[in-house]
Design a binder for this molecule. Structure first.
Ligand code: PXP
Length: 259
């Protein structure tokens, strides 16, 4: 299974002081040396972490393919077309959210998405949709003619975290519920099985399959067993671990788990 490392959090640390330290460009060669296959960045509309100049420089100088996450925001899409990342992953964005909560609503946003996807394809940029693992929306994804689907693993990760009290869940609606362990175990099994089945259906429909969000050194082990998934995009847990063991070690450890 391939690993895409999401390096946004390096920019989060830098933006906390508004200085150029840590320099996100230093991460590029380290990610490559560590054996990851892709670098993922999210150019948010609010420019909370990655800035336009980061996106330009990273796309220009990265030794690995760039997967650029973006909302269907016209100014971001225009910039993307100029800098031509290898792939664009279209994601939902809400200004107040801490991170990307839930997948894209591709049914309600079909027409807007189709225009953006056609535009990206016209510039030879492949497109991925970040969606919840729901069988019913696969046909809509097919009609949007994207190459990739990335399934949101946030719900799985949060249930896993609630079962392992040393890990903190971040999904407020689930976190606020006091559920017995047995119910949580069932929910976790359901989420995994559902992800496996939907990923397989999507693969059989011709999509390349990625997954990500909330994955860490613990909960990734069962995701790795899902054969239809060919790539994981992981950020928070790798960058967090890198504080203690260094970025190269943190990525190499995750790389080992994905083998
Ligand atoms: N994939 C997508 C589409 C995302 O939006 C994110 C979060 O930026 C990730 C993967 C990585 O999530 P995490 O930082 O929780 O590993």
């Amino acid at each position: 299974m391939k690993l895409g490392v999401n390096i946004d959090h390096i920019a989060v640390l830098r933006e906390a002081r508004r200085v150029n330290d840590p320099d996100i460009m230093d991460a590029l060669s380290i990610v490559k040396r560590s054996g990851a296959e892709q670098i993922t960045i999210h150019l948010r509309e609010d420019r909370r972490h990655i800035q336009d100049s980061d996106a330009v420089n990273i796309c220009h100088l990265s030794p690995l393919p760039i997967n650029l996450e973006s909302a269907i925001a016209p100014d971001v899409i225009d910039l993307i077309i100029k800098i031509k990342p290898h792939r664009v992953t279209l994601v939902p964005e809400k200004r107040q959210e801490v991170t990307t909560e839930g997948g894209l609503d591709i049914v309600s946003n079909f027409n807007e998405l189709k225009k953006v996807i056609d535009k990206l394809h016209a510039h030879e940029i492949e497109v991925s949709l970040f969606i919840d693992p729901v069988e019913d929306i696969l046909q809509t994804a097919k009609e949007l003619e994207v190459e990739w689907l990335e399934f949101h693993t946030g719900k799985y990760a949060n249930i896993y975290a609630m079962l392992n009290s040393n890990l903190r869940a971040s999904h407020h609606t689930i976190q606020s519920l006091e559920l017995p362990r047995k119910a949580l175990n069932e929910m976790l099994k359901y989420e995994l099985k559902n992800l496996e089945l939907v990923a397989l259906s999507a693969k059989n429909m011709g999509f390349c399959i990625a997954a990500g969000h909330g994955l860490n050194y613990h909960n990734v082990k069962d995701i790795v067993k899902i054969e239809a998934i060919e790539e994981l995009n992981i950020g928070q847990s790798i960058i967090a671990r890198s504080i203690f063991v260094g970025l190269q070690n943190a990525i190499s450890e995750m790389r080992e788990l994905l083998k």
